[in-house]
Design a protein around this ligand. Structure first.
Ligand code: AP5
Ligand code: ZN
Length: 218
């Protein structure tokens, strides 16, 4: 299984990625998680990326494309992969296409902007694994700690309301064009085009997981 999860910040890409990767036994390639790991490690890339991420802007295409190319070269990607938060610009999508990286599906999770601020303000993450919770909508078994490791959960630096609003604007301008890009490619009859599946991201986490599993069987 080779797929892209597409959708605005807070759509639930990271939350659903955990179920899909488990079901299909494939790695999650989250450029956001990779950048946050670089920030935490204090690498030059991380220091550069942090400035941009904290404003809600996008890290340069060249940098991201290099990061993904290196990741795909690792042996665990030979049986498939899930892209979460990549591609998010037309040049990134073109780079993937021109490199001939095979894709079976693009799954778009649609969530209206008015629902997103609430999701972000209650989000808590386990930094080491990327596991994601919500204080109300998807709480951990014990408050403030990760279900599996028992380690503390934290809030993301870019989840402040003004940064979320900027990220939504960046999504509208730079990432939403990928909806047309992939749906038109799917409709073109090109045998290499991934199938396009659009589904609502409103409902419980379990409902959306079932919606996605069903969409990946068609
Ligand atoms: P990234 O980490 O990719 O952030 P994002 O795309 O903005 O998405 P989020 O992680 O915020 O949301 P999500 O869809 O994963 O939602 P989640 O499952 O957590 O990128 C961060 C930054 O890195 C970017 O701004 C950019 O600077 C940089 N970057 C990354 N990739 C890049 C690229 N390719 N090019 C350039 N720059 C790049 O869910 C959100 C919350 O909602 C959680 O609390 C969750 O528990 C809750 N929730 C989930 N599902 C439901 C539900 N059904 N009902 C209620 N609540 C729910
Ligand atoms: Zn995410």
């Amino acid at each position: 299984m080779r797929l892209i999860l597409l959708g605005p910040p807070g759509a639930g890409k990271g939350t659903q990625a955990a179920y899909i990767t488990q079901k299909y036994g494939i790695p999650q390639i989250s450029t956001g998680d990779m950048l946050r790991a670089a920030v935490k490690a204090g690498t030059p890339l991380g220091l550069e990326a942090k400035k941009i991420m904290d404003t809600g802007g996008l890290v340069s295409d060249d940098l991201i494309i290099g990061l993904v190319r290196d990741r795909l070269a690792q042996p665990d990607c030979s049986q498939g992969y899930l892209f979460d938060g990549f591609p998010r610009t037309i040049p990134q999508a073109d780079a993937l296409k021109h490199a001939g990286i095979p894709l079976d599906y693009v799954v778009e999770i649609v969530v209206p902007e008015e629902n997103i601020i609430d999701r972000m303000s209650g989000r808590r993450v386990h930094p080491a694994s990327g596991r994601t919770y919500h204080v109300t909508f998807n709480p951990p078994q014990a408050a403030g700690v990760d279900d599996i490791t028992g380690e503390p959960l934290v809030q993301r630096d870019d989840d402040r309301e003004e940064t979320v609003r900027k990220r939504l604007a960046v999504y509208r301008e730079q990432t939403r064009p990928l909806v047309d890009y992939y749906s038109q490619w799917a409709a073109s009859g090109d045998k290499d085009a991934p199938a396009y599946r659009q589904l609502s991201g409103l409902g419980t986490v379990d409902e959306i997981r079932e919606r996605i599993f069903e969409a990946l069987q068609r």
